[in-house]
Each structure stands twice: as structure tokens, then as C-alpha cells.
Design a binder for this molecule. Sequence first.
Ligand code: DAT
Ligand code: MG
Length: 140
Amino acid sequence: MAVQRTFSIIKPDATERNLTGAINAVFEKAGLRIIAQRRIRMTQEQAERFYGVHRERPFFGELVEFMTSGPVVVQVLEGENAVAAHREVMGATNPEEAADGTVRKLFAKSIGENSVHGSDSEENAAIEIAQFFSEAEIVG
Ligand code: DAT
Ligand code: MG
């Protein structure tokens, strides 16, 4: 096991319901350390670039519209096996399939408005972190 970094977003459905602290508490309880964090309003260009891998999917337009609909909190999390540990504590994409105690089971409204994003690999984590943070902003 190795200490890793992963990229996380608290999505607009969660910031709208004032859940930033509650979600961060779940992350911290899972052993993840918040080593960078900023609240932003994503632009259309940022959201399209960030979710570029899903460009051809039928839900792409709706996804970009949702991610730009309100404030998000972008974060870098650090911990043992952080990528997998974060995905586990986030829960399945569809909250109806998410395990008890996960962020999505606790808070997500639907498969689209599912409260959190987490990188799916260490390689993608590095790419996603670099889209939003400089090394100087990350304090491990
Ligand atoms: P995850 O966020 O669990 O990595 P993903 O990468 O497959 O899931 O999809 C990215 C986001 O796109 C997901 O968090 C919510 C949205 N999404 C995925 N599948 C969807 C669907 N069938 N309908 C609507 N939105 C969807
Ligand atoms: Mg994904």
C-alpha cells in the first residue's frame, strides 16, 4: 500500500444543501486528508474539458449543465490507497446501488446529481489535480 493523492469534487446538489462539511467528515473518517480545497463556479469550458471522456455519452449535455449550475468544491485528498479508498467511500455512481454509509447512499439525489466526483485511477488523478491546482496550493 502506498500513500496516494486523488481528486475530488463536491457537486452542486451537495453545496446547494450545505453538505460540504458533512461530506468532508465522511472523507476524513475514512482516513482521507484534505490537502487542497477551493470553492469555485465551474465554467462551461472547464466542465466540458473535465468530463471530455464522456463527450459522446447521451447524458453529456445534462452533466455539463449540472456541473455549472452552482458552486462546487474541488479538492485534493491524500491517504493510503487514496484513489480506491475514496471511490469506496463515495459509493456506486447510482445511489440506488450505493452501499450503506457511503456519501452517495447518504446524500445523492439521483444518478446524475450524485453529490461527489472521484478520480478512477492514479493517472487520471494526476491529470485532474493539475487542471485545478498548482503544486504550491497543495499542502500535504
Ligand atoms: P463516476 O462519477 O462514478 O465515476 P462515471 O464516470 O461513469 O461515474 O460518470 C460521470 C458522471 O456522469 C456521474 O457521476 C454522473 C453522470 N452520469 C453517469 N451515468 C449517467 C447516466 N446514466 N445518466 C445520467 N448521468 C450519468
Ligand atoms: Mg468517473
